[in-house]
Design a protein around this ligand. Structure first.
Ligand code: NCD
Length: 306
């Protein structure tokens, strides 16, 4: 039976419906128990990465390989593809779609994945477009919340750090708007607050949110503490970045303040905002997110390709 994600690009989390999100989460759950066979034998994925990546690229590539598919890739695609010669992303997509069955791409510029998807004859999966969106990370985040807390409705979540440039929180907000009883606490320096477009989106969906500066003010209020990195590569100067570096650090003291049944998440990489001493606490689930990423990406690839 054809599934509705077949042949579809995923550029924004809003490109897929709540039912489709649940289909991805379900399949990932089944495969986490019991790996499927080589169902993507003979299919080829291109991974086109214009920006640095560890988890996303390796988990997409291993997901494809574990499903029996194959991978061609360009890391540092700004230098190693014809982008360096001035080729447009549209032309690059038109070339790759003649060669492969799916393109996973990460770009430094917001909107690149959308431009590629507008011309590509094969699905484009956005693996992060500058400060835009990161929909597959959101599927991992939803999966992890559901697995750890057993529900997605009635979640109180604090998103802490660089909300201006962080793309994972932007996608996550839009996905959470599909659920009931969501309450979001944004915690950031004033200059790194969540952009207006997402706040308008949340208002339109009647999602309750508030803005804070001090992390300590929200620690005992939430079910999910979602930490993020200050996005060094998005600042104009090193001094600008240095101003915010280290502004939020979740440590042993913070642990004592959160609820017993809450969880601490982070899309990773962390660069000092969570003290490693926190790792052994059962509420720290950021490395579980990484593991869930493999199954979520297997589910995504099989659903868009089958
Ligand atoms: C995130 C990203 O690339 O946006 N990383 C990831 O994919 N897990 C978060 C970040 O880089 O801060």
């Amino acid at each position: 039976m054809a599934n509705s994600l077949q042949g579809k690009s995923i550029v924004s989390i809003t490109d897929i419906s709540k039912d489709e999100i649940e289909e991805v989460l379900n399949l990932a759950r089944i495969w986490k128990q019991d790996l499927p066979g080589k169902i993507l034998d003979g299919r080829i994925m291109a991974s086109l990465f214009f920006e640095a990546s560890t988890r996303t690229r390796f988990s997409f590539e291993t997901a494809m390989l574990r499903l029996g598919g194959q991978v061609v890739h360009s890391e540092n695609a700004r230098v190693f593809t014809s982008t360096e010669k001035g080729e447009t992303i549209e032309d690059t997509a038109r070339v790759l779609d003649k060669l492969v069955d799916v393109i996973v791409m990460r770009s430094h510029e917001e909107g690149y994945a959308r431009r590629a998807a507008s011309v590509s004859s094969v699905p484009i999966i956005n693996a992060g477009d500058g400060p835009g969106e990161h929909p597959t990370q959101t599927l991992i985040d939803l999966y992890t919340i559901l697995e750890e807390l057993e529900h997605l409705d009635n979640i109180r979540i604090a998103m802490v750090g660089d909300l201006l440039y962080g793309r994972t929180v932007r996608s996550l907000c839009q996905a959470l708007a599909l659920y009931d009883g969501i309450e979001i606490y944004f915690v950031s320096p004033r200059e790194l607050q969540m952009r207006e477009d997402i706040k308008v989106f949340l208002n339109d969906h009647a999602i309750v949110f508030s803005e804070h500066y001090r992390m300590e003010d929200v620690l005992d209020k939430v079910d999910v503490l979602y930490m993020t990195r200050i996005q060094k590569e998005r600042f104009a100067t090193r001094e600008d970045y240095e101003r915010y570096k280290g502004v939020y650090i979740f440590n042993e003291e913070s642990l004592a303040k959160i609820r017993d049944n809450s969880i601490i998440m982070h899309p990773l990489p962390r660069v000092g905002e969570i003290d490693p001493i926190v790792d052994k606490d059962p509420r720290a689930v950021y490395f579980k997110q990484v593991q869930n990423g493999l199954f979520i990406r297997m589910a995504i690839l099989s659903l868009v390709l089958e």
